[in-house]
Write a protein that binds this ligand. Structure first.
Ligand code: FAD
Length: 94
């Protein structure tokens, strides 16, 4: 898998002959595609409400379990950071 990724990065000019790769950490994701089935709204609603009650702001494709692209995930991270600024300190410690 690593060689395939390196070849792709070379082909788009992000990796050069003199590039030094310091860390490689391939992760195989067992569940990568959120499926919006009939149980989706209730299941994710229950989890997200629990997280918010404990002062956690889920973000990104795997935090919100929503079909987000990379750019959606970046924006969602910014939204979550803004949301965290409004969470009362008691929710973070309780
Ligand atoms: C097969 C597949 C193909 C895709 N193709 C595209 C595409 O072509 N174009 C596109 O725009 N999007 C694509 N996406 C979507 C894109 O990859 C995701 O939307 C985006 O990467 C999600 O970002 P994220 O931050 O939610 O999660 P991730 O990118 O998974 O980042 C979460 C990070 O948090 C780390 N982490 C998790 N738990 C902890 C913890 N407890 N402590 C510390 N670190 C932790 C993980 O190791 C990971 O590095 C694809 C997704 C998949 C699965």
């Amino acid at each position: 898998m690593g060689e395939t990724v390196r070849a792709c990065l070379r082909s788009v000019g992000l990796l050069h002959e003199d590039s030094v790769i310091e860390v490689e950490h391939p992760v195989r994701i067992r569940y990568g595609y959120p499926i919006y089935d009939h149980a989706y709204a209730q299941a994710t609603g229950t989890i997200h409400e629990f997280l918010r009650r404990h002062g956690l702001a889920p973000a990104g494709r795997f935090g919100r379990w929503a079909y987000l692209s990379l750019e959606d995930s970046l924006l969602d991270g910014m939204r979550a950071a803004a949301e965290c600024q409004t969470v009362p300190a008691s929710a973070l410690t309780g």
